[in-house]
Design a protein around this ligand. Structure first.
Ligand code: PMP
Length: 423
């Protein structure tokens, strides 16, 4: 039995008062807080082994390379990916946004003929289709919309159910023989809804399309296994899974990473470079990791992955489900509407809500005055807000350190909003 009170004690930032109240942090979908072991790892790295990786013959460089690759292996284990040397399936990126842009840029390069015959499976031309969903974060929508503009492909999308779920049941119609790329979120960052991706993956593969998963909001909360899910690529950020900012990961099936042309160019990704002929690039993952990497952050992210596995992803999931249940009581408050599934089924503890007659910024300020941190705005997902007939909303989102009491404190505070603003 995991004692989540003890887990909370590992987060020094939570031990403080805000506006005279004990801090209640319910904004983990924006970024999670960091346990002491992650903070210590980053600092210790700089204190003891800081050096550039994969180059230099000296001892510190060897140790930091080992720590970096060891972290990659830990992160791979978290998501069910290969980590053996020569078979690595996890690429270090600057975050989910960087990973998704890397893919869109690489597909654009393949469309220009780069990467040769092997990369043709990623190439797009006018008449081809790229499919996303209306639930996407802008970091999925925009790179692939731009890719469509650059290649002449057509952007299509999955619609949502009334409560904001991706309409996976329409996969056979939305994905056609012309579809080359499908990019869909695993968990909506506004709705908290878990997408039933199986029918979408199956259909994408049936027509020979590449399936990309935005795993930003699932990896921190759910047990994922990218092999079992049969996804081709998946991107996520370390800072939402109790790791540092500035780093993220891109999973790719090994054979696809081997076929994919690079997107960023520079040091540490090239075998041979000449003035008068094309360079010969390294094998993955190095091919996609141009330039000096955020080594301390990657090493700390590896510790975060190990720490999550130590608690057990099933335990994290079960704990956060109890918080989601409490957050969903927001929907019982007069004038409050939940933007997402009302039932605590196939969803996580991310609950966006609208308070009739009160602007989200006013709601946020009122809640903040009571020491409770939530996010207000469009959460970088404007189409999903439009789906609900809104421009912005309020969003509470849980992490492992939250208790049911935290959620109850929010529900109590939200109940006072409309009376306070006299609406
Ligand atoms: N996708 C989803 C679903 C997200 O919630 C986020 C972060 N809000 C991103 C992508 C982008 O992540 P990052 O800003 O860390 O690159």
């Amino acid at each position: 039995m995991v004692d989540f009170k003890v887990i909370r004690e590992q987060f020094p930032i939570l031990d403080q008062e805000v506006h005279g109240h004990p801090l209640v942090y319910l904004d983990s979908a924006a970024t999670s807080q960091k346990p002491q072991c992650v903070i210590d790892t980053e600092a210790d790295f700089y204190r003891t082994i800081n050096a550039g990786v994969h180059r230099g013959a000296h001892e510190l460089a060897a140790r930091s390379t080992m720590a970096f690759e060891d972290a990659r292996a830990k992160v791979a284990r978290l998501v069910g990916a290969n980590a053996e040397e020569g078979q690595e399936e996890v690429v270090v990126t600057g975050g989910a946004t960087a990973g998704l842009n890397l893919l869109a840029t690489a597909f654009g390069n393949a469309s220009l003929g780069r990467g040769g015959e092997a990369a043709k499976r990623f190439a797009l031309k006018p008449g081809d289709e790229i499919v996303v969903s209306k639930a996407e974060h802008h970091s999925v929508l925009l790179p692939f919309q731009e890719l469509a503009y650059r290649t002449g492909a057509t952007l299509k999308w999955f619609d949502l159910t009334e409560d904001g779920r991706v309409r996976s049941d329409t996969a056979d119609e939305v994905i056609t023989e012309r579809t080359r790329v499908v990019a869909v979120t695993h968990v909506g960052n506004t709705t908290g809804a878990i997408t039933d991706i199986a029918p979408i993956v199956r259909r994408a593969h049936e027509v020979g399309a590449v399936f990309i998963l935005d795993a930003c909001q699932s990896v921190p909360h759910l047990k994922v296994d990218f092999h079992a899910m049969d996804v081709d690529f998946a991107a996520w950020s370390a800072h939402k899974m109790y790791g540092p900012t500035g780093v993220g990961f891109l999973y790719g099936k090994r054979e696809l990473l081997e076929a994919l042309p690079p997107a960023n160019f520079g040091g540490s990704m090239v075998e041979l470079a000449w003035m008068d002929q094309p360079a010969q690039y390294m094998e993955p993952p190095a091919r996609f990791e141009a330039g000096t990497q955020p080594v301390a952050q990657v090493v700390a992210a590896g510790v975060a992955a190990e720490w999550m596995m130590g608690i057990g992803l099933e335990n994290i999931e079960a704990h956060e489900r109890t918080i989601a249940a409490e957050l969903l009581k927001l929907g019982d408050i007069d004038g409050v509407r939940i933007l997402g599934p009302r039932e605590n089924v196939d969803r996580i503890g991310t609950v966006a809500f609208d308070v009739a007659g009160v602007h989200p910024h006013d709601v946020g300020q009122f809640i903040d005055a009571q020491g409770i941190a939530i996010r207000v705005g469009h959460h970088c997902a404007q189409p999903v807000h439009r789906h609900f007939g809104l421009y912005a909303s309020n969003r509470a989102s849980s992490g492992v350190y939250n208790s049911v009491d935290d959620a109850a404190a929010l529900v109590e505070a939200v109940a006072k909003v409309r009376p306070f603003f006299k609406v």
